[in-house]
Design a protein around this ligand. Structure first.
Ligand SMILES: Nc1ncnc2c1ncn2[C@@H]1O[C@H](COP(=O)(O)OP(=O)(O)OP(=O)(O)O)[C@@H](O)[C@H]1O
Ligand SMILES: [Mg+2]
Length: 322
């Protein structure tokens, strides 16, 4: 097998925070991402799903080198990202771009769209002004914006159009990986499918890989080659998208899927819905982190942490009961 485009190995990110009264406070750690490993191949889409607060954005920020990992490594094209500086860091930032949930805060309100999209090109300093203008026109056309969009300001566009501008900017450096952190969840339901179709078309024509983060299991299913399910900073199940949706094995994946599916007309009992609150990531439960909400948990689940183990067909699950 050729080297994956990106390999994340045992990645962790803990945030230290002070708790308790002054003088008696002590530092505790939010276990936002804990020992997460996966790889994304060239041109592939890896989807990540999980409840709010499970660490999806933190994981993406570590991959974007916006946060230092607490532990673990990232390799891009076989090369470690630790210690990247100067030209190496600039190359990485060109190769790995991002589109975030809220296009309004991601776009500077005082810059014209043409300048926003040209900014990454200007930063690299390789093109002339005329070349940049032509490239901006091309990119705006790729994302389906009107001809004179370059001279307008972001507020003149709708939410969906602003997300198209953010996508055009991400494409400017011809990235090999785009991190999409909830790219449609802030948009009107009526235009979500259009943006997903646009992303898919872009992937078909450019071969860019995606790390697609979403709450919505349906979004991830239709876009992703493989999917990872996160719970309290950990990957609890991962596998090819069709296998994972057809045969979800982890009780958490099953609960997520059951919650996302409409009630069954024939009244066949599905897995029970997810009960209880998400435990604090400051003090995750011992052993299996999901045990406090798991319908299958037994006393042993409090003792050992279940490792992610292969169950065939590329599917991996971290559960003592599977
Ligand atoms: N800078 C920070 N300092 C302290 N804690 C943080 C920081 N950033 C994130 N966290 C905590 O880390 C955990 C994971 O947060 P994160 O934003 O990665 O989750 P998420 O899965 O993206 O959630 P959402 O679906 O709501 O976007 C949360 O408990 C969050 O409060
Ligand atoms: Mg998030």
């Amino acid at each position: 097998m050729s080297t994956p485009l990106i390999e994340v190995d045992r990645l962790s990110k803990y945030f230290p925070i002070r708790r308790g009264p002054p003088l008696f406070s002590r530092v505790r750690h939010v276990h936002a991402v804990d020992d997460v490993s996966f790889a994304i191949g060239r041109g592939e889409t890896f989807g990540i799903v999980g409840e709010s607060g499970c660490g999806k954005t933190t994981l993406s920020r570590v991959i974007l080198l916006l946060e230092e990992p607490t532990g673990g490594t990232i390799r891009f094209d076989g090369r470690p990202t630790a210690g990247l500086a100067g030209e190496g860091l600039r190359d990485y930032r060109r190769a790995v771009q991002a589109v975030f949930q809220d296009p309004t805060s991601a776009l500077s309100p005082r810059m014209r769209v043409g300048d926003i999209v040209a900014e990454p090109l200007r930063a690299t300093g390789t093109a002339s002004a005329a070349e940049r203008r032509a490239e901006v026109e091309r990119l705006l056309k790729v994302v389906g914006l009107r001809d004179n969009a370059a001279s307008a300001y972001p507020h003149e566009f709708s939410g969906g159009q602003r997300q198209r501008i953010a996508i055009a900017r991400a494409l400017a450096t011809k990235p090999r990986l785009i991190v999409l952190d909830e790219p449609i969840s802030a948009l009107d339901i009526s235009i979500r499918a259009q943006i997903m179709n646009l992303l898919r078309d872009i992937q078909d024509s450019t071969g860019t890989a995606f790390l697609l983060i979403a709450h919505d299991l349906a979004v991830v299913k239709h876009m992703s080659t493989r999917v990872g399910v996160m719970y309290l900073g950990k990957l609890v199940e991962t596998g090819p998208s069709d296998a994972l949706y057809r045969r979800p094995l982890h009780p958490y994946t099953r609960a997520l899927l059951a919650a996302a599916l409409p009630a069954r007309p024939d009244d066949t009992p599905g897995p029970p819905p997810l009960a209880g609150e998400l435990p604090s990531p400051l003090a995750p439960p011992s052993g299996c982190r999901f045990r406090t909400r798991c319908p299958l948990a037994g006393p042993d689940c409090a003792e050992a942490e279940p490792p992610l183990r292969g169950v065939g067909h590329g599917q991996y699950v971290a559960c003592h009961r599977v």
